[in-house]
Design a protein around this ligand. Structure first.
Ligand code: BES
Ligand code: ZN
Ligand code: ZN
Length: 499
């Protein structure tokens, strides 16, 4: 969907549909003038409670030639006093999903709010773009009549130049989210380790990043045996994908992002139950978030240095698969007793984290992983779990989460949790013998591989996929992580260059 910015009064602008945000507790000026022009229909809808302005509500009405817009789509903002970025973003997302159902490809957004709410323009653009996503590559029957959004025209009453800048920023963030969602949506037979490597190469070519893919023989010579072990049961070879974006000059330390890239997680020899196993194609959502963030950061020309590292493998049972009881020596030299082959994420990550900390001098290391079912049990689907070793980094990410709408919630990472991970025959075991505190014991395991580097782990198992549509994310892949990381990197405080 293209964005256009035009200075115009909303009621004079010809469009198939004008989206208008409405309060629950009384009309604003724009609402009143629409009501007047349409002979009091809005007052009528309010009195019958057909449209109340509650958050999550929308209502489409035809204007029958009484206004320049052919239709008005009302989107509920809730009570004036409760208005915040989240409400506006969600209202825009709900509106766009209603437009999809009505099959209206081009529309205009009235931003009367922008006068009083500074961030309204950006979050409205973001919400609309995020809500417009769909993944229909494999729907053959609908191919001919496939619905595609065309143009969203943002109507402002002044300062068009500044509005363009904000629109560009929202667009860049969305392109990163879109890449992440597309990668996660792809089935496991398409999105293999080789597919992720090509996607990274294409991204690098598109945005002038550098990209290096370490193949299995190289991983072997480097001693990345934990990553290699996980890939052993599959015919798809494991890989380490390394992308770099330099926006800040050589002397500045990079922020290193590491994303779990298990293209499908059967559990391996510790096989998962069949019911719901198809969801395990999302086990590379961390990898998708890393690549999506690289895309958005490069598009925005953010003045930062970034390294995106993706350890990728397919976790399969098979004649060559790694087994419970095996002992492997990770790249760091740490020995690990395998007690459960389904705890594979921490194995691919431990070698990638060690690589990150030894090949770079990171300003910070942030890993994202669909790591544990225990995190989903603890926090549900509204927030990622966060654990780390650096107070400032944790607090910065909390703030970025609140601002960007991708919230994170801190869990403790006390040393005592490490008791669960002690092995009788090796330095560590890869899975505790209890599920209790499983998100934390997994994070504790990762912590053993980052040394003194500032590090945060984000467990995104509960938020990478939405079973029901949300305003800012239709059912399916959410692309979680991109908005959070771009905000953390300063993306929402930085002037995005044009072009
Ligand atoms: N990929 C899963 C975690 C997961 C669960 C992601 C639900 C998304 C939704 C991970 O590899 C896994 O299987 N973890 C095990 C760890 C256990 C064996 C210690 C789990 O959570 O059960
Ligand atoms: Zn697993
Ligand atoms: Zn997994």
């Amino acid at each position: 969907m293209r964005i256009d910015v035009i200075t115009s009064s909303p009621l004079d602008f010809s469009t198939a549909a004008l989206v208008v945000g409405c309060y629950e507790d009384g009309p604003d000026e724009l609402y009143s003038s629409i009501d007047q022009a349409l002979d009091g229909i809005l007052t009528k809808l309010a009195s019958t409670r057909e449209f109340t302005g509650k958050p999550g509500s929308t209502h489409l009405i035809h204007t029958l030639g009484k206004l320049a817009p052919q239709r008005v789509l009302l989107a509920g903002l809730g009570k004036r006093g409760d208005l915040d970025d989240r409400r506006i973003r969600n209202a825009a997302g709900d509106a766009v999903q209603a437009l999809r159902r009505a099959r209206i490809p081009s529309f205009a957004l009235a931003l009367q709010l922008a006068a009083s709410h500074e961030t309204a323009l950006q979050v409205a653009c973001e919400g609309a773009l995020l809500g417009s996503y769909s993944f229909d590559e494999f729907k053959t029957k609908e191919r001919e009549e496939r619905f595609r959004f065309d143009t969203m025209t943002v109507l402002v009453n002044r300062n068009e130049e500044a509005a363009w800048e904000v629109a560009h920023r929202a667009d860049a963030i969305y392109r990163g989210v879109q890449l992440a969602r597309d990668l996660v949506s792809q089935p496991g037979n398409v999105a293999t380790t080789g597919y992720l490597a090509s996607a990274a190469h294409e991204l690098a070519a598109r945005r002038s990043l550098s990209c290096l893919v370490l193949e299995a023989d190289v991983l072997e010579s480097m001693g990345m045996n934990a990553l290699l072990a996980v890939g052993k049961g599959s015919v798809e070879p494991p890989r380490l994908i390394v992308t770099e974006y330099n926006g800040a000059g050589e002397r500045i330390r990079p922020t290193v992002l590491v994303g779990k890239g298990i293209t499908f997680d059967t559990g391996g020899i510790s096989l998962k139950p069949g019911a719901g196993m198809e969801a395990m194609k999302t086990d590379m959502a961390g990898a998708a978030a890393v690549l999506g963030t690289m895309e958005a950061a490069a598009l925005m020309k953010l003045p930062v240095n970034l390294v995106g590292i993706v350890p990728t493998a397919e976790n399969m049972p098979g004649g060559r698969a790694y087994k419970p009881g095996d002992v492997i020596t990770a790249m760091s030299g740490t020995t690990i007793e395998i007690t459960n082959t389904d705890a594979e994420g921490r194995l691919v990550l431990c070698d990638a984290l060690h690589y990150a900390c030894t090949h770079y001098k990171p300003a910070a290391v942030i890993d994202l992983a669909t790591l544990t079912g225990a995190c989903v049990v603890a926090l549900g689907h509204e927030t990622a779990g966060m654990m780390g070793n650096d107070r400032r980094l944790i607090e910065d990410l909390k703030r970025a989460g609140d601002r960007s709408g991708e919230r994170v919630w801190e869990m403790p990472l006390w040393e005592e949790y490490g008791e669960l991970m002690k092995s009788d025959i090796a330095d560590l075991k890869n899975a505790a013998s209890t599920r209790d505190g499983g998100a934390i014991s997994a994070a504790w395991f990762l912590k053993q591989f980052v040394g003194q580097n500032r590090w945060v782990h984000l467990d995104i198992a509960g938020v990478a996929w939405a079973d029901k549509a949300r305003p800012d994310s239709p059912k399916g892949a959410t692309g979680v992580g991109v908005r959070l990381l771009i905000d953390y990197l300063g993306g929402n405080r930085y002037r995005v260059p044009h072009g």
